[in-house]
Write a protein that binds this ligand. Structure first.
Ligand code: ATP
Ligand code: MG
Length: 722
């Protein structure tokens, strides 16, 4: 592609940003205005016009998936592979740096990434070792505390406790946790960022190298950077290199995890001569969707303020559906998707978005029922499943015997008769000798600190790992996985468990071998062994995708995960008070506005058609909860909305919108409730879906298991409650 073509598909403002002279720049604009497109074209422009080598470009994206897509798009524009360009998430890039400079970062060469589940387990073990009761020292809270401090760049010695006993204790736990990590060569997610920052602070020559190397730095989704990421960028770009950031303050949705939207404003004063370019035309959504989203977000205070318009069509109204419960909501969504599919459209153009991962289960069941394939992003994380982590535990231990988290995970899985007492002895030895559990085990076996059955069991475990290590060297990765799964006895263990769950676990273990076979070592990992590269990949990508083929499938994910993406047809489920905005919102100031931004992000994912649904009754943690429609639904202008009822489509005036209270009351008089299971003489069993009329004319709609949905006159039907 030549230079003029690079600017062809851009509007004036976009062109201005893409073709700007080298300088520090902020592109601030609302959803779907082409920020990511500008970033991609800018990178191509830098290479073609400014003659900057791919080697000198660093781009930061929010997910690994986005990184892959961005690389693909730039390579397409440029017509050649660009392996030397660094594109990745902050975590991915930090990891890459630490691998390249492990010694300067004070890490062992084969350090391992500790994912959040492992981190949680490690914290629990630390609490136990410190004799602290989990009731008072909730592990989740400690985890939160540790990561929060790391996100702010704080080590235990930096934390001011003001003599407060609780604070001191928390700090001690953090310190003990960090010691344990350092001893085992484990690096948690927050630590990746903090260490990468410290690496540069403590090694000016290393920093200088990267400052000279990366002449252009580009960051997408900047509104969600946290303080340590910001500090890292500042260090990198304090030379005569340039940085372009793109972002949208209205899409800042990770404040709860330490992201700091104020960084956008800090940027303008912290980075030399930074200028702002605003994009105002939206290319993604219909005018209706855009107007609705803009009106909702307008309820937030203190926005940086942006105009957003489109010259596209009004399109269809936003459909709002009130299900009487979550099953009904799911059934409705799936029926709409079926219609869409039957009209010859692709399933992968459809996204179901929700606030919480837990909402996916009911939706999945409804999809399965209709045999509609789906794919879940996040939530059901392949690499975080128990059996996969067990298998990876063996592979990790072979890679690095001093990985205590892996040791703890698999030393007695499957059971080798190593009891809690033996493990406590090993932990104690490790603490006294300040060594790993692996070393402690060797010592204990050598000087007779363990005897009898325990000693035999431990010896056979150590032999197993050594044997695997000996074999791994010459085997391809998938064979390594295969060996780890089979020789460890894991496969046999799950085989012995009966039932569907165990079957699924076996399939997952097989899928792991397939994943190893398909694994291509990424460019940035070329100095690692295949095993190391795969283990890093498993930790860094854990939350993003479920391993599965490229089948045409409905896309399911939380709204958080959907950031930056777009789909022709979008459903947002569970748009009710207590779910979205979430229950927790009331407790913390600012959280309501963040929820509203999340709603804005969700709505602006839709290109052509948006459905927002809610359930008047929902089972949450096994309890029935009655919810009302979300305030966000009320904030949408009436003219943008169409309400859908079970029987017909009606637009109702504002005051009665989103309320089914009256029909609930009438329903109760009939002796049945919505969602109740009933039996009919002829049609068999079914679920009550709807109700209308009263007295002799009262009719009820029942969805029969065998005969489908039917309206019956109550006084004739002789329904039996089940
Ligand atoms: P978000 O805030 O959600 O990340 P964004 O600002 O990054 O959105 P993009 O994803 O870059 O927006 O663009 C949104 C859609 O508009 C994409 O499909 C993109 O290809 C299209 N688009 C962007 N600019 C133009 C343009 N000038 N002409 C036509 N289509 C465009
Ligand atoms: Mg984008």
């Amino acid at each position: 592609m030549d230079v003029s073509e690079l600017l062809d598909d851009l509007n004036d403002k976009q062109r201005e940003a893409v073709a700007a002279p080298l300088s520090n720049m902020l592109v601030l604009a609302g959803a779907g205005s082409g920020k990511t497109r500008v970033l991609v074209h800018r990178i191509a422009w830098l290479m073609q016009v400014e003659n900057i080598a791919p080697y000198s470009i660093l781009a930061v994206t929010f997910t690994n998936k986005a990184a892959r897509e961005m690389r693909g798009r730039i390579e397409k524009v440029m017509g050649r592979p660009l392996n030397t360009m660094w594109i990745g998430t902050f975590h991915g890039l930090a990891h890459r740096l630490l691998r390249a400079h492990y010694a300067e970062a004070n890490l062992p060469e084969n350090f391992q990434i500790l994912d959040s589940d492992d981190q949680y387990r490690l914290i629990r073990r630390i609490l136990k070792a410190m004799n602290l009761d989990e009731k008072h020292w909730a592990p989740r809270q400690i985890q939160w505390y540790i990561n929060g401090n790391k996100d702010e760049g704080l080590r235990p010695q930096h934390i001011e406790t003001h003599g407060d006993h609780t604070q001191q204790k928390m700090r001690d736990i953090y310190a003990a946790y960090q010691e344990a990590c350092d001893r085992s060569g484990l690096v948690d997610f927050a630590e990746l960022l903090l260490r990468a920052h410290e690496l540069w602070v403590k090694n000016p020559d290393v920093l200088a190298h990267y400052q000279r190397r990366f002449r252009a730095v580009l960051v997408d989704e900047f509104q969600d950077t946290n303080n340590i990421q910001y500090a890292w960028l500042r260090l990198l770009c304090s030379h005569d290199n340039n940085i372009m950031i793109v972002g949208d303050d209205d899409q800042s949705i990770y404040g709860w995890r330490g992201a700091n939207v104020d960084n956008i404003q800090h940027f303008l004063k912290d980075f030399n001569g930074a200028t702002t370019i605003r994009l105002e035309q939206n290319y993604r959504s219909t005018a209706t969707i855009l107007k609705a989203a803009n009106t909702v977000i307008d309820n937030n205070q203190g926005r940086l303020g942006k105009e957003l318009w489109t010259d596209g069509d009004d399109g269809e109204p936003i459909s709002i559906y009130a299900g009487f419960n979550d099953l009904d909501e799911a059934r409705f969504i799936v029926s709409q998707i079926s219609d869409w599919h039957n009209q010859g459209n692709q399933l992968k153009e459809v996204a179901i978005l929700y606030r919480n991962n837990a909402q996916s289960r009911v939706l999945e069941e409804a999809l399965l029922h209709q045999s509609l394939p789906y794919r879940i992003y996040g939530g059901l994380r392949f690499f975080e499943r128990q059996e996969i982590k067990d298998a990876l535990g063996y592979m990790r231990l072979v890679n690095h015997a001093h990985d205590d988290a892996a040791f703890e995970r698999v030393v007695n899985t499957p059971s080798r008769g190593l009891g809690e007492r033996t493990l406590a002895t090993i932990r104690e030895q490790a603490r006294m000798q300040d060594c790993s559990m692996w070393q402690a085990s060797l010592q204990l076996l050598q000087d007779g600190g363990l005897k009898g059955r325990a000693a035999n069991a431990l010896t056979s475990f150590i032999d197993l790992i050594n044997q695997l290590a000996g074999e791994f060297d010459t085997l391809p990765l998938e064979e390594q996985a295969n060996k780890a799964i089979n020789h460890s006895g894991l496969y046999a263990m799950y085989q012995a468990e009966k039932g569907e769950k165990a079957q699924a676990r076996l399939e997952n273990l097989e899928e792991l071998v397939t994943a190893c076979k398909q694994f291509v070592i990424p460019e940035e990992a070329d100095e690692m062994t295949p095993l190391q590269a795969f283990l890093a990949h498993a930790s860094l990508e854990a939350g993003e995708t479920q391993a599965s083929g490229d089948q045409d499938a409905v896309q399911m994910m939380t709204i958080h995960t959907a950031k930056g993406l777009e789909f022709p047809l979008v459903f947002i489920a569970g748009v009710e008070e207590g779910m979205f905005p979430s229950q927790m919102t009331n407790d913390e100031p600012g959280r309501m506005e963040e929820e509203r931004r999340l709603c804005y992000v969700g709505m602006t994912r839709a290109m052509k058609k948006l459905y927002m649904t809610y359930a008047e009754m929902r089972r949450v943690y096994g309890q029935e909860k009655y919810h009302t429609a979300s305030r966000f639904l009320r904030e949408i202008p009436t003219e943008c909305v169409e309400e859908i009822r079970l029987t017909s489509t009606v637009s109702r005036p504002v005051p009665s919108r989103f309320s089914n209270a009256a029909s609930h009351e009438r329903m109760e008089q009939s002796g049945f409730t919505l969602g109740q299971r009933v039996k009919h003489r002829k049609f068999g069993e079914g679920v009550v879906l709807n109700y209308e009329g009263s007295g002799d004319h009262a009719r009820v709609q029942v969805n029969f298991d065998e005969f489908g949905s039917k309206w019956l006159v109550l006084s004739f039907a002789k329904l039996e409650a089940l």
